[in-house]
Design a protein around this ligand. Structure first.
Ligand SMILES: CC(=O)N[C@H]1[C@@H](OP(=O)(O)O)O[C@H](CO)[C@@H](O)[C@@H]1O
Ligand SMILES: [Mg+2]
Length: 593
């Protein structure tokens, strides 16, 4: 045992004295490296303190989520995983304590990889197995095996570094402490507490830090505000009109997003924002927030008739989702929703416009080889009208299963990849190659045709790449991009909303005996098991004009989700109910709503 490990051990030892019999477990490490043997003593002591209280957990689509009081042990274990990931990649890793749009008594934990993206899917089985290890013996054995299998270097000079943050949930502080203990229990990796942040801020910082860029919270705000300013400064004369210049009302979901928007707002001179539900006197996600607004299609608390016609936006609990809406004038609390699909369409239009200005002057032959590959990524939940609209623009549209980890991966294959889930989580990714080409083009144009439209288009694209979060979907950066583009186009929210009209749709959840009995293919649009159900769904769907319907097991709840679209609301309701009945018939009794 070297000096450093000895001090880690002694420090942990003094805080968490070993219970009786701990020395017996040391046998299982005898075949591993000396580094792990020595640090395993302190890990074991900590494991005993953070013992799992009997819940079955899965890393799922967005990390572990559960009732906060049972999460101490899980978060501690994810801390160990984050430290190992940092050692394996020799890079800074992120660990976020949040349960996003879930109720305030829940919490969760997820890991950001060195790129700032989600934890690699290859490590998810390990995350599941350590989260569910029944006892300290088992847990330590899993860690030892994994370290050996992955050849994780425990003996180098790099000890690992994990940036830690949490949202505003009251349980966050003690869970953050558990994460810190987990992180430092592995050969003394450093846990750097960033405090209360939005999820995308943490992902942004991890990415920036690993790229050797400025990575503080102030740097984040400065990058967002200066790139926004840059876009606004290049708005063609006469474009910005009175429809856009009005106030923007933002529902902060009583979470971290509202709080951060208040800070960002001070740096924005070109935007009049009023934040409501910023958490001072309301409950997180209760009758507020992007998930509530998008799923229920009703106004959030503190919005109502006086706001009719005003541009409104709603963030979710950890500010990685954003939707826009307007309050309808018939005073029944209903809204006109402008969702993730419409944001995607707006971004695609703007980017396409800039690319065509930029490429106008290019030599036809060069153009053929250097054509910028723009791709749009959606899921089966995207409204069919949005997909038609995008295809009409001549844009390549591809589909992935639900979950941003899939969309992000696909979008990264393009020069410019735009992805959004209908619920408002998404971003625009620019490839390194494209950015390199763009910078070259900007300097070329600066020396030949400075101030030209081509040069401005190139500068706008560069500013978009700096404004929109390159690590993960980000409500704050998404909001600024929407606002900049609306000002650029001189569009009101109504004009934006009228780009196309959503097909009426309906989502239901059906409780079944075993949701894993449903196996899907083709980006979740076809059911291959149980046999026969897809044919039955097809027969129902065929009865409806513009009917489209699919089912899939949720990755975050114990339900089968049913999604139906049709030419009228009544038809969408009817199709979804018939298919929910089919789910009951094939998969056991249940109730749906
Ligand atoms: C229909 C729907 O909104 N599904 C959501 C939801 O996943 P499910 O697997 O459908 O439960 O939570 C995911 C994580 O937040 C999000 O990525 C996804 O879009
Ligand atoms: Mg969220």
């Amino acid at each position: 045992m070297n000096e450093e490990q000895r001090s880690i051990f002694l420090e942990a030892f003094s805080r968490f004295p070993p219970p009786q019999g701990t020395d017996q477990v040391l046998d299982i490490q005898t075949s591993t490296s000396t580094q792990l043997i020595s640090s395993s003593i302190s890990i074991m002591i900590l494991i005993l303190r953070f013992h799992l209280k009997g819940a079955k957990l899965s890393y799922g689509t967005a990390g572990f989520r559960a009732e906060a009081s049972i999460l101490q042990s899980t978060v501690f274990r994810v801390g160990i995983l984050a430290a190992l990931r940092s050692l394996k990649t020799q890079s800074v890793i992120g660990l976020m304590i949040t349960a996003s749009h879930n109720k305030v008594s829940d919490n969760g934990v997820k890991v950001a990889d060195p790129s700032g993206g989600m934890l690699t899917q290859e490590w998810e089985p390990f995350a599941d197995s350590i989260a569910n290890a029944p006892d300290p013996h088992h847990l330590l054995q899993l860690i030892v095996e994994f370290v050996n299998k992955e050849n994780i270097p425990l003996e180098g000079t790099w000890r690992g570094e994990v940036l830690l943050a949490r949202d505003t949930r009251p349980s966050g502080e003690s869970l953050l402490e558990a994460a810190k203990q987990g992180i430092s229990s592995i050969v003394g990796a450093s846990a750097i507490v960033m405090g209360v942040l939005t999820t995308p801020q943490l992902h942004w910082m991890v990415r920036a830090k690993n790229k050797g860029m400025k990575a503080s919270e102030l740097d984040y705000f400065e990058q967002l505000s200066s790139s926004f300013r840059c876009l606004v400064d290049m708005i063609p004369q006469g474009s910005a009109n009175k429809y856009v210049s009005g106030k923007l009302l933002v529902d902060g979901a009583n979470g971290v997003g509202g709080e951060k928007l208040e800070v960002l707002k001070k740096l924005l001179i070109d935007l009049d924002i009023e934040t409501r539900n910023s958490g001072k006197d309301g409950v997180l996600n209760e009758g507020v927030g992007a998930d509530y607004v998008q799923k229920e299609k009703v106004v959030p608390c503190r919005f109502g008739p006086p706001d009719v016609g005003t541009r409104c936006a709603s963030l979710d609990g950890d500010a990685d989702r954003l939707v826009y809406f307007t309050v309808l004038s018939n005073n029944d609390g209903r809204i006109n929703l402008v969702d993730g699909d419409k944001m995607l369409s707006l971004f695609a239009l703007f980017i396409n416009e800039q690319l065509s200005i930029l490429n106008k002057a290019k030599d036809e032959n060069i153009d053929k080889d250097n054509k910028t590959r723009v791709g749009v990524v959606q899921t089966a939940y995207a409204n069919g009208a949005s997909t038609d609209f995008l295809k009409q623009l001549g844009i390549e549209v591809v589909f992935t299963p639900t979950g941003v980890k899939y969309l992000h991966e696909k979008a990264a294959e393009y020069d410019i990849g735009i992805y959004f889930e209908a619920n408002g989580h998404g971003t625009v990714l620019f490839s390194e190659n494209f950015l390199c080409w763009l910078e070259g083009r900007i300097s070329e144009l600066s020396s030949t045709t400075k101030g030209s439209e081509e040069q401005k288009a190139a500068l706008r694209l560069l500013a978009v790449s700096q404004l929109i979060n390159q690590a993960v979907g980000d409500a704050l950066s998404g909001l600024l991009l929407v606002e900049a583009i609306l000002q650029h186009m001189g569009w009101s929210i109504q004009k934006w909303s009228n780009l196309y009209h959503d097909l009426p749709s309906r989502q239901l959840k059906v409780k079944v005996v075993d949701r894993t009995a449903v196996v899907t293919a083709n980006a979740e649009t076809l059911v291959v098991r149980p046999l026969g159900i897809q044919e039955a769904i097809n027969a129902e769907t065929a009865k409806y004009d513009r009917g489209r319907c699919f089912i899939r097991p949720s990755g975050t709840e114990d339900v089968i989700r049913v999604y139906a679209e049709a030419s009228t609301q009544e038809a969408a309701e009817s199709l979804s109910s018939s298919v929910a009945r089919l789910v009951d018939q094939f998969l056991g009794f249940g109730s749906h709503r």
